[in-house]
Design a protein around this ligand. Structure first.
Ligand code: MN
Length: 244
């Protein structure tokens, strides 16, 4: 199974989570929320080749962590993966839009200078703005929208920009999201947990809970879970090999 957006460092016992990921032979993108977390988070899973660590600066922290941008540039050459980055236009964070824009533009420039990255993107209530900024930075790499909740028009634009989408169990609960997923080409989809932030029935999701997203996708695609897995693995290989 593939979890292309998990906050391993934010679980109470990250080492146990990593061991279970290894036991299940899962592929995981371990995203970070601040450049200062990079070194510690990378060290949790560096012995496990199936777990990759992404360098991030979460948009909800952008206004506080602007001083860490030089640190971002220090570490950017150590990984092919960037995330979690993006914009958050929800009411409690939209007042920091200026800082968020400055941070995302800096990050995408840094990605371009470093040869392009695979980028796990947050775009809550800000999908159009994120797509606009991606257009300004065509060499930044391959965007993977995580938990996309934009409108159909925005989704269409993102697909035209060759974006990918990581989809979690929480996203497959609403009728609206299921209709969105139906509009995404099968070969641009990966699974994610977004744990421990994302919860189902009040319980933080674990990386292996992506299994229920696989089942949800198999219903949407009208095929068996094992055929669904095959498509997801093939997508994953295509995405990863684009960087090697
Ligand atoms: Mn997240």
């Amino acid at each position: 199974m593939i979890d292309f957006h998990a906050h391993i460092d934010l679980y109470p016992e990250p080492n146990k989570v990593v061991k279970e990921i290894e036991r299940r032979k899962m592929y995981v993108l371990s995203v970070t929320t601040t450049p200062s977390a990079w070194t510690g988070t990378y060290s949790i899973s560096k012995r496990y080749p199936r777990i990759k660590t992404a360098l991030g600066l979460h948009p909800q922290l952008a206004h506080e962590r602007i001083p860490e941008l030089p640190l971002f540039d220090t570490f950017i050459n150590e990984t092919d993966y960037v995330g979690e980055v993006g914009l958050d236009g929800s009411p409690e964070f939209s007042k920091h839009k200026k800082s968020q824009l400055a941070v995302l533009k800096h990050i995408l420039k840094s990605c371009s200078n470093s040869g392009g990255k695979i980028i796990s993107l947050h775009s809550r209530r800000a999908a159009s703005d994120v797509i606009d900024i991606l257009e300004e930075h065509p060499d930044a790499g391959i965007p993977v929208f995580h938990w996309f909740t934009g409108g159909k028009g925005e989704l269409k634009r993102a697909i035209q920009k060759n974006a990918w989408f990581s989809i979690g169990p929480a996203m497959l609960k609403s009728k609206r999201s299921i209709e969105m997923v139906q509009c995404i080409p099968e070969d641009r989809i990966l699974t994610e947990s977004d744990g421990p932030f994302a919860k189902v029935s009040g319980k933080p999701l674990m990386p292996w809970d992506v299994e229920s997203a696989v089942i949800g996708l198999s219903r949407i695609w009208n095929m068996t879970p094992s055929n669904t897995q095959e498509i997801l693995y093939s997508n994953f290989r295509t995405l990863i090999e684009s960087k090697s």
